[in-house]
Design a protein around this ligand. Structure first.
Ligand code: MRU
Length: 364
């Protein structure tokens, strides 16, 4: 991703200082700040406090966390993996990355583990970039076909997205946003409707920031506006990401995704989910009531974070003191509402047979 004219990733390793560096996403869009993860604890804090977030990026950060933990104590693989696994519950990429680390490192002599853990984390990082690019190209094929049907009657292809499924949610390119960026690169005039995505406003803060950096035309809307815009013919297609998708194609993603999928279905609008195979939980037959849904703090519901009139970050309370709240972080969109899953191996139906056929590729 280009940030202020410079090429950046959301996470990278700097060999000169033996440092793992991240963009602190809790500061965006107000401040661009790079943080160094110095040990296992800081990697855990970064995931838990959402300095890094988004399913693929959580996985890559966990792999680097294993390196940082083993650098402190090469004989601590189990403890390190347990600490990282406890940071966030929903994105399956976290478990996927930790399992890869265990598979590679457990049988290895202690004096080789640290160096191998770093090599593996770097490998997972660079794989993620290639996977996201491939996903973007496959998605762009679909967007181009759609644009061929729409271009007689309108100036832009209007894509609605939810949360941040962009470069910031991965190492680079993103999942849903990779589809957008690759479609733009092919010369299709794209306009993106960005759901603000309460309670943490990843759409407003992060997706708008990165679309702005990439100069992609976009409009921020409140979460409740999407259905109305669909009824008005102002949305051609929805593209979102996923934190965990079950074998039958049920898609778990940021809270509110389900309502957009329902509205898209009711209005005959295609609803695509872009995700790497590492976001598919092949052990889960279906998603509803089976995927652990993160329960988040009450103050995310009763308060809104932003920049205060004095230019400093702050929080404003919008609800009466002491009000009871409920704050599930994710929901499950049933497979029947999903037009197709866009993976690095191409678009597939959100159905058990098609998804199971991908497992071989995932296991390699
Ligand atoms: O709570 P977050 O910000 O980690 O949630 C992120 C999302 O829900 C994304 O849409 C998801 O990770 C899929 S895209 C990479």
């Amino acid at each position: 991703m280009i940030v202020n004219g410079k090429n950046r990733q959301s996470i990278w390793y700097d060999a000169s200082g033996d440092e793992v560096l991240i963009i602190d996403q809790t500061r965006l869009p107000h401040e661009f700040k790079v943080l160094s993860l110095v040990n296992l604890e800081s990697a855990c804090v970064a995931i838990q406090s959402m300095q890094v977030r988004g399913a693929p990026l959580i996985g890559v950060t966990a792999a680097y966390g294993v390196y940082l933990g083993l650098r402190e104590d090469p004989d601590s693989l189990d403890r390190v993996c347990r600490a990282l696994a406890a940071t966030r519950p929903t994105a399956v990429n976290l478990q996927w990355a930790l399992q890869r680390c265990r598979d590679r490192l457990a049988g290895m002599p202690l004096d080789r583990r640290v160096e191998q853990a770093l090599a593996l984390a770097q490998n997972i990082e660079q794989e993620d970039v290639a996977i996201c690019e491939a996903m973007g190209e496959h998605g762009a094929d679909l967007m181009e076909q759609l644009w061929q049907r729409k271009s007689q009657d309108q100036d832009h292809l209007n894509i609605l997205t939810h949360c941040n499924a962009g470069s910031l949610a991965t190492v680079d390119w993103g999942t849903a946003m990779s589809v957008v960026y690759k479609t733009v690169q092919r010369g299709v005039p794209v306009h993106v409707w960005v759901d603000e995505t309460r309670p943490r406003n990843q759409g407003a803060a992060l997706t708008c920031w990165e679309l702005g950096q990439a100069a992609v035309p976009h409009t921020l809307i409140v979460d409740n506006a999407g259905g109305h815009l669909m009824q008005q013919g102002q949305v051609d297609v929805c593209v979102v990401g996923s934190d965990r998708t079950a074998r039958n194609g049920d898609v778990c993603n940021k809270i509110g995704t389900y309502l957009k999928a329902l509205a898209a279905y009711d209005n005959g609008i295609p609803f695509y989910v872009a995700l790497p195979l590492s976001s598919i939980d092949f052990s889960l037959e279906s998603g509803l009531n089976r995927i652990p849904i993160e329960e988040r703090d009450s103050d995310e519901v009763t308060e809104v974070a932003g920049i205060m009139p004095d230019g400093l970050p702050g929080r404003v309370r919008t609800a009466p003191p002491g009000v009871r709240t409920n704050n599930p972080g994710f929901d499950v969109t049933p497979a029947r509402l999903v037009t197709a899953l866009i993976t690095e191996h191409g678009a597939v139906k959100a159905e058990t047979e098609a998804i199971s056929a991908l497992q071989g590729a995932a296991d390699r």
